[in-house]
Design a protein around this ligand. Sequence first.
Ligand code: GLP
Length: 240
Amino acid sequence: MNIFIGSKEECDLKGAQEIVNQIKNKPNTVLGLATGSTPIDMYGNLIKKYKAGEVSFAKVKTFNLDEYLGISRDHPCSYYNFMQENLFKHIDIPQDSVHLPNGEAADPEEECKNYEKLIEGSGGIDLQVLGIGHNGHIGFNEPGTPFGSVTQVVDLTESTINANSRFFDSPDQVPRQALSMGIKTIMQARRILLFAYGADKAEIIKEALKGPVTPEVPASVLQLHPDVSVFLDHEAASRL
Ligand code: GLP
């Protein structure tokens, strides 16, 4: 595991450069993408690099980690909408190359199976971007999720609902369930870039990177992955 510690701006730039290098080496890269506030400025750098002619996403495919269950793609808080606003609509990626689980699927279990098959069918994820929840969740894999899990319907914990309520008008509007890639799905990515910023992530970063590998801290599984790069600002790294 490589750990880079710098300013948030340095992390956002270095992370974006890693992704650009990956796409230059393999133009038809399959990217795994994350939502949340953490990757927004890193995505902003990807947009700048695209506009500067440094990279094209024309052959890239993307798979997002997760989507809320029961809200439409057009809902302002859907992860589909988040990705359009923060990345996709600003770059040259074809719309049919972007994938998120469908939060309105008539049969969510079936949707999860199909999503997993779609990832496999595209050759698997070359590079997965991750953030981390305060309880150690990656994607929406909450503490206790088995390491062998694949894409599935998950119940959100109260702490995640409260943390994510900042994007909604009130906590009651946050969906209680989501469709999320599983821990095994994430671990099958060939490379993983994990980003964490701010003092409020310091404790969970210490537990995830230096503590025991346990389903109680889902991100601790990353210690077992052969190619993980972690980008931390000084605050998030302050307990290491
Ligand atoms: C959300 C997402 C995760 C994200 C995490 C952290 O619940 N499902 O993919 O990494 O929360 O969010 P933030 O980056 O806003 O701290």
